[in-house]
Design a protein around this ligand. Structure first.
Ligand SMILES: *Cc1c(COP(=O)(O)O)cnc(C)c1O
Length: 445
């Protein structure tokens, strides 16, 4: 869809919402009143489905107590695996290749550690626009293996401060590279990297490829198995809307089943014999091996509800999936429909910024193949612009030095919301309302 298809007026937005096959899904979310929430790439909203799933887990705890491990639906003992089964269609993997466990940062530790141990070379390729925790964890893993991170880390530099060129990543791969570990979508500019191209280039050189999908899972479909990605991690509280600090997810290609996880724990033990309480550890023959300790059921249950909405998104399309038996097909169709809507919303947002906000610049790639689910709107006073937006009821976020990230999360954001957000932004910027706010201090943004 190019800019020519869009019109500037608010009535155009209303028409688009009326024609949107996913529009009804917004009713399932709690959207704070009198507010435009465009921060779903930091923390997705609560849905009634997620709330119900959490309530159900609490009731099961109340009614079943310890018996919940075997008698809850699904039994808590296999809860991580069952959620993994349901996430698999969203990332294009087989059920055994996906599990939910730990936090994203912990999963980076265990997977980067495991795959580094397995790989031939000594160096890890990352990029200089990464989310900080990824580098903290990778550096710590290198140090634990006696390597000096300043030497063992090859950091691909951005040419423009916004994006990373895949060519530069590929040029950075050499005979001594063990693995490349990159985000699918850069958290600030929203650039979507070419996962397939990077993976193929790595494999051609005998290098392993892992990705952090935190900013793409639930917004962008993936094809991890077919592409042969070796491992991936992601969190569930952004586009997956599973709640603050919700359990994270991970993928390990089946070619790597049977490796010894760097961080071992009894929850990753082969399930059949876990309760034999053997002093030696036998890892599960699936991605389940990367679980560590007991699954936090109360931080996992909301995800079970959230995934129903992705399945409903598939049912709202012509996928042919109509019942629970087709849940996996529905989820696969759902994420495609979500992506289609997301691309339209972000294209519309960029069109309005271009046309109505000459003071701002879009820092996100225009090519649909190269962008994720949010748009980086750049302004020299971005921090204060963000503060003024808050006062006007627009919940976006600021990322240093000059970015206001706007995320029209496709399950609950419509075209009219996007129109309104740009209208508010226009008032703030044109009237220099941001000048009434202090320059930046600390705190969570
Ligand atoms: C959000 C995010 C994380 C968060 O990690 P936690 O362990 O959940 O705090 C990690 N990496 C990236 C790229 C992210 O966007």
């Amino acid at each position: 869809m190019d800019a020519d298809d869009f019109e500037l007026g608010a009535d155009f937005a209303a028409e688009r919402d009326a024609a949107d096959p996913l529009a009804h899904l917004a009713d399932r979310f709690y959207d704070p009143d009198d507010e435009w929430y465009v921060d779903g790439n930091s923390l997705g909203l609560l849905s009634a489905d997620a709330e119900d799933a959490l309530d159900r887990a609490v009731s099961e705890w109340k009614d079943l107590a310890i018996r919940g491990w075997t008698d809850a639906d699904p039994p808590w003992f296999h809860y991580g695996e069952r959620l993994g089964d349901r996430l698999a269609p969203l990332v294009g993997a087989s059920e055994d290749e996906v599990v939910v466990a730990n936090s994203t940062t912990v999963n980076i530790h265990t997977l980067v550690g495991t795959f580094y141990d397995r790989a031939e070379g000594t160096k890890i390729v990352v990029d200089d626009l990464d989310f900080p925790t990824d580098h903290y964890a990778v550096r710590a893993q290198l140090r634990q293996r006696g390597a000096d991170p300043d030497e063992a880390l090859t950091v691909v530099e951005s040419r423009d401060g916004r994006t990373i060129e895949e060519d530069d990543v590929i040029d950075a791969l050499d005979d001594d590279t063990a693995l490349v570990f990159l985000p699918s979508v850069l958290y600030r500019s929203g650039q979507l990297l070419d996962v397939e191209r990077i993976t193929e280039a790595a494999h051609d050189r005998g290098i392993l490829a892992g990705f952090d999908l935190a900013h793409s899972v639930g917004a962008v479909p993936h094809d991890l198995s077919r592409t042969g990605v070796d491992f991936a991690v992601w969190c569930s509280y952004k586009y997956l809307n599973a709640g603050p600090g919700a359990i994270a997810g991970l993928y390990v290609n089946e070619d790597h089943f049977g490796l010894r996880p760097a961080l071992a724990g009894w929850w990753g033990h082969e399930k059949e014999t876990q309760f034999e309480m053997n002093p030696t550890y036998t890892p599960a023959e699936t991605a389940g091996a990367y679980q560590i300790g007991t699954i936090p059921i109360l931080s996992s249950a909301p995800l079970a509800g959230s995934l129903e909405i992705f399945e409903a998104a598939g049912e709202a399309t012509d996928s042919g999936a109509t019942d629970a038996a087709d849940a996996s097909a529905a989820a696969a169709a759902g994420i495609e429909a979500v992506r289609e809507k997301s691309l339209r919303l972000t294209a519309y947002l960029m069109f309005l910024v271009d046309e109505r906000l000459p003071e701002c610049e879009v820092g996100t790639p225009r090519d649909p193949e190269r962008r994720g689910g949010h748009v980086a709107v750049e302004h020299p006073e971005a921090y204060r612009v963000g503060e003024a937006l808050k006062e006007r009821g627009v919940v976006a976020d600021f990322r240093p030095p000059n970015v206001v990230r706007i995320c029209p999360s496709p399950l609950y954001t419509g075209y009219e919301d996007v129109w309104e957000v740009v209208e508010q932004l226009k008032q703030v910027v044109e009237n220099r309302e941001y000048e009434e706010y202090e320059t930046r201090g600390g705190g969570v943004t």
